[in-house]
Structure formats: structure tokens, C-alpha cells
Design a protein around this ligand. Structure first.
Ligand code: SOE
Length: 387
């Protein structure tokens, strides 16, 4: 049995559950060079933490993350809290010599993300690794998309269109949540789901976004307070919660090659449940992927005979496809949760190899700079021209 890597997870909401599945499944699916051990789940409320630990398979719980990150029997700190605590926890954990996995977006501001990237660079000098949780890079189809673009199968990239559309806020009476409170979340659709579209664009093209022009808008200004949403900072006079983040973000961007990109992030796209979609148009073809059909990759090869051209639907479930070595025979489909096992695989392999996992905190900072640029562009009036 290879050396254990004992994990402490800080937080236990939706991402806490998804990460727990990853920590639990990865060692069974892949021959890892070190064995992650689900040691300690940390939550503010002891009873809730106890229930989550029992449900998801953590050995013990704590209500004090500051104590846990100093323990000698903890090697990795996995941060799945809202963005307002990412910087404090990650910087302390890195300083305590722990490897860190931090959920996206990296932070709530560029300043915090810069401090985290600096702390990660200092820690890396002594072999401490850090990674950001952009798990949609770890879907086999998006990794295949990245590989095919790198192999120039569609030629030079001319255009990218990326969107992340959900509809869980389309109902104006959907209650307040921490994701709608700027102090907790940093931004709304832009950072929560737009960050995924930005990272995915930079991942598959291998290019950073250089400039943006965008608008952001809040469509529903107040929402009912219910359960966990009580006590958020933006409570309005009438007992409803004030939404202090964007509901929709639309922006265009220029990549470092000069290629053009368009982005949409919204949680009001009625009928779209979790539609992260990206299409890359090249000089000799195109590639298309949609999270709501996540095992398929669309490939248009413009070099084929004109009479035989069309988008091929590649089913990315063959054993030679990225990550499939750990799973089922062709056609037996992977799901949302598999990206979290792939994330654990890649992190554990990097730690054991003494290599820098990707996406790094620097990659997380690159996304944070784009988020900030879109907000600055929107604040600057984003030059509307009357028709
Ligand atoms: C809510 O929009 C959310 O849970 C995001 O926070 C996640 O990052 C995304 O993967 C699914 O939707």
C-alpha cells in the first residue's frame, strides 16, 4: 500500500459532496502513486459536519479549520467554502506546509488571488503543490478537444463562443443564497459559472484572454429570505434579501493570437439546467462540446470532401480517450461526478511526481483578472451605440 495522503476538507456543501465522491472513487478507479485518506471534514456546525462526514465517508470532523491545518497528520487541505474565505484558508494552509486544492473561482478579488498565487509560488519552492477546482477541464471530451486543437486538427483558431446557461434563478421567488451576496461570492453568474467558461476557453485553445468588452446586469433585485439565506449582509427593509451580484454577464474578448471570442453567463436561461457550451471555429474545421451532452464531442473536418462534410459526433468513451482507462467499456458514459475523481487523480499524481498540478493558482489568477476586467468594462459604460 503506497504512502497515505491525509486530506482535510474545509466546508461540506454541494462542492463538498462532489469532492467527497472524487476522494472516494479516484483510488478505486486509478492506480494512484499515493493513497488519499478522507481524514477530517471541517464545518462551522458540529452536528451538520457530523452528518456530512457520516454520509460521505470522512473519518472525523472539526469545527476549527485553523487547528486542523496545523496538524502533522494532515497533508492536503481541500477548500470548498464560499469565495470570501478562500484566500485566508489557502494562504494559512500553504504556510503550514499543506498541499491545497481550492474551489473556483480562486478568490473574490484580484488582490486576494494575487496574494494566493504568491503564497503558492513560495510554497512550491519547498515542494508544496496547489490547484484550482476547474473540473470541466477534466471531462474526457474537453481534454480531447484541447488535444485536437493542439494537434492543429482544425487549423488556426479564428473564433470561440462559450456560454454557461442555467435557470435556477429564473423564478423571481427563488430564495436568497450566499451566491447572490457579493460579500460572500464576489460576483454572481460572472464568477460562479462564467469563470468555468473563461477557464475552459483558455484551456482548450492554450491562449489567454487579452482584452474584453462586456455588460453585467442584475435582473431581480430582491428575493425572499429562507433558511440558510437569513442573515446575509444585503437584507432589505421589507425582510427580503437584496441581491448584490450580477445575474447575467455578456462579453466579447480577444485572445492573445488576435482571435475573437464571445461569452455568456446566466442563471436565467429558462430551460437550460447546466449548459456549459463551447465551440471553437478554426481555419480547417470546428469543435463543439456541451456539458448537457458531456460524453460527446462534435468535430467538423473542413478538409474532407465537400460531399461528405458534417459535424461528427465523437463518443468520448473509448479506452484510449483521456481518463477512460479508469472506467467502463465504450458507450457506458461518464457523469458530472467523474471530473472530481479525475481532479484527485491529477492532483495526487502531481504531488507524488513533485510536479505543478494544473490549473495552478496562477491559472486561477488569470481567470480572476478576466472577471475583474469584465466588471471594469461594464462599469465603464461598455460603449452602447443607439440604433
Ligand atoms: C451553481 O451555479 C453551480 O453549482 C456552480 O457553483 C458550479 O461551479 C457549477 O459547476 C454548477 O453550478
Amino acid at each position: 500500500m503506497s504512502a497515505p495522503l491525509r486530506v482535510a476538507m474545509i466546508g461540506h456543501g454541494f462542492m463538498g459532496a462532489a469532492h467527497s465522491v472524487g476522494w472516494r472513487q479516484a483510488p478505486a478507479a486509478f492506480p494512484l502513486p499515493a493513497q488519499p485518506v478522507m481524514s477530517t471534514l471541517v464545518g462551522r456546525n458540529a452536528d451538520a459536519a457530523g452528518e456530512a462526514a457520516a454520509r460521505w465517508g470522512w473519518e472525523e470532523t472539526s469545527t476549527d479549520w485553523r487547528d486542523v491545518i496545523t496538524r502533522d497528520d494532515i497533508d492536503i487541505v481541500d477548500i470548498v467554502t464560499p469565495g470570501d474565505s478562500h484566500a485566508e484558508i489557502a494562504i494559512a494552509a500553504l504556510a503550514a506546509g499543506k498541499h491545497v486544492l481550492c474551489e473556483k473561482p480562486l478568490a473574490n478579488t484580484v488582490a486576494e488571488a494575487e496574494q494566493m498565487a504568491e503564497a503558492a509560488a513560495r510554497a512550491a519552492a519547498s515542494g508544496i503543490r496547489s490547484m484550482v477546482g476547474f473540473t470541466y477541464r477534466r471531462v474526457p471530451a474537453t481534454t480531447l478537444m484541447r488535444d485536437m486543437i493542439a494537434q492543429e486538427r482544425i487549423g488556426a483558431v479564428r473564433q470561440v463562443r462559450a456560454s454557461y446557461r442555467q435557470d435556477w434563478l429564473a423564478d423571481a421567488d427563488a430564495p436568497m443564497t450566499w451566491r447572490l451576496d457579493k460579500d460572500r461570492a464576489g460576483s454572481g453568474a460572472l464568477g460562479d459559472i462564467g469563470a468555468h467558461a473563461i477557464d475552459l476557453c483558455q484551456f482548450v485553445t492554450g491562449q489567454s484572454l487579452r482584452s474584453v468588452s462586456g455588460i453585467i446586469e442584475t435582473l431581480v433585485l430582491e428575493r425572499p429570505l429562507m433558511g440558510e439565506s437569513v442573515g446575509l449582509s444585503g437584507t432589505a427593509a421589507n425582510g427580503r434579501g437584496r441581491v448584490t451580484v450580477d445575474d447575467v454577464a455578456l462579453f466579447t474578448a480577444r485572445l492573445e493570437s488576435g482571435a475573437l471570442a464571445s461569452f455568456e453567463a446566466t442563471r436565467f436561461a429558462t430551460g437550460r439546467k447546466n449548459a456549459l457550451e463551447i465551440e471553437v471555429s478554426g481555419e480547417r474545421g470546428a469543435l463543439h462540446w456541451n456539458l448537457e451532452d458531456m460524453n460527446a464531442l462534435g468535430f467538423f473536418d473542413a478538409t474532407r470532401d465537400a460531399g461528405e462534410q458534417g459535424f461528427t459526433r465523437i463518443l468520448v468513451t473509448e479506452p484510449q480517450h483521456p481518463y477512460l482507462s479508469g472506467w467502463w467499456p465504450a458507450g457506458h458514459m461518464l457523469g458530472y461526478e467523474h471530473g472530481f475523481s479525475h481532479q484527485v487523480k491529477d492532483l495526487v499524481e502531481a504531488i507524488s511526481a513533485g510536479a505543478q498540478p494544473e490549473p495552478s493558482f496562477d491559472d486561477g489568477l488569470r481567470v480572476q483578472r478576466v472577471l475583474d476586467a469584465v466588471e471594469r468594462s461594464a462599469a465603464g459604460g461598455s460603449s452602447w451605440t443607439e440604433v
